[in-house]
Structure formats: structure tokens, C-alpha cells
Design a protein around this ligand. Structure first.
Ligand SMILES: CC(C)(COP(=O)(O)OP(=O)(O)OC[C@H]1O[C@@H](n2cnc3c(N)ncnc32)[C@H](O)[C@@H]1OP(=O)(O)O)[C@@H](O)C(=O)NCCC(=O)NCCS
Length: 142
């Protein structure tokens, strides 16, 4: 799988007005001698006038269902702690004490945003515990 930084876009538009959106990108990550296909959710946004009316829930649910039906091994998103419940209600698990680093084991920067994960394939599910205990390296932030 080639990293796909051209995202799949989930959006709600009414009468030409963009109300809410979320993106799914695809990347590969190497983690403890395994290569995992990863779908990431990013750029989740509802225009302020339309917030707290359920639109964010709809776009994130659609993006999550897309990932669950894809050939990804895992889903990963990074968010502010106050949004954990928002994502957890769609099946995302909080990996608060897990370490994320940008780069490689030889050359990296720490990344402090909260990580949430979704385990999709058997391979992903089998690797679940390794994501708790071992630092995870990503090439880019999303
Ligand atoms: C986060 C965001 C996308 C939510 O969109 P929304 O359309 O208002 O979402 P919903 O109306 O579907 O609300 C979803 C739930 O999340 C909660 N929520 C939304 N924003 C929240 C916030 N900033 N803090 C705490 N809870 C929040 C709502 O209270 C709601 O809870 P409920 O389902 O129990 O009622 C929107 O607030 C936004 O665009 N924020 C700025 C960008 C951002 O932070 N994006 C997320 C990046 S990870």
C-alpha cells in the first residue's frame, strides 16, 4: 500500500454550504517488525454556526464505517482529550499512555497529542497490545 495523502472526504453540504467534514488518509506504519495498513481520520470540522447539532457525529460515523469496511489493519486518529468521548462513542479506543513519535527509532520527535485507535483486521487485533507497550513511529502527522 502506498501512503495516500489524497484523502477520502466525508462531508455534509446543504444548498451549496459546507457544514461538516472529515477526511480519511491511508498510510503504512512499521511497528515491531510488522507492517500495518493504517487508515487515519483527520481534519474533522463543523462550521461554528452548525455545531452541537449532530453533524460531527454523522461525518465521523461515516468515516469510521468506511475504515471498518476497508482492508486496513488499524485506524488511528489524534485528538484533544476533551474529544475522546466523541470518538469513543463510534468505537475508537483511547491509547492515552502510549507513546507516539514522528520519524524513525534513530531519528524522531515526540508527538504529544492523544492517540485513539480502531482495530479492524485480525492482524490489527492481534497486534493490539504492542501498541500499548511500545512506542509507535509515524512518518507524518495527520
Ligand atoms: C469537534 C467538532 C467537529 C464537533 O462537531 P459537531 O458538529 O459540533 O459535533 P456534534 O454536534 O455531532 O457533537 C458530537 C458530540 O461531541 C461533543 N463535543 C463536540 N465538540 C466538543 C468539544 N469541543 N468539547 C467537548 N465535547 C464536544 C458534543 O457535545 C456532542 O456530544 P453528544 O453527542 O453527547 O451530545 C466541532 O466542534 C469542531 O469543528 N471543532 C473544531 C475542530 C476540531 O476540534 N476538530 C476535531 C479535531 S480531532
Amino acid at each position: 500500500m502506498v501512503d495516500k495523502w489524497v484523502p477520502v472526504l466525508f462531508s455534509i453540504v446543504e444548498e451549496g454550504q459546507l457544514i461538516s467534514r472529515a477526511e480519511v488518509i491511508e498510510v503504512e506504519i512499521a511497528h515491531l517488525y510488522q507492517i500495518y495498513k493504517v487508515c487515519g481520520i483527520c481534519n474533522v470540522f463543523t462550521f461554528p454556526l452548525f455545531r452541537n447539532q449532530g453533524y460531527g457525529n454523522l461525518v465521523v460515523e461515516a468515516a469510521t464505517n468506511y475504515i471498518l469496511r476497508s482492508d486496513a489493519d488499524i485506524g488511528i486518529l489524534f485528538c484533544d482529550p476533551k474529544l475522546e468521548l466523541f470518538y469513543a462513542s463510534k468505537g475508537w479506543e483511547v491509547f492515552n499512555n502510549s507513546i507516539t513519535r514522528i520519524g524513525t527509532p534513530d531519528n524522531y520527535k515526540p508527538y504529544s497529542n492523544n492517540r485513539m485507535m480502531l482495530f479492524v483486521s485480525e492482524k490489527g487485533k492481534n497486534g493490539r497490545s504492542t501498541f500499548t507497550h511500545q512506542p509507535m513511529y509515524i512518518k507524518h502527522i495527520w
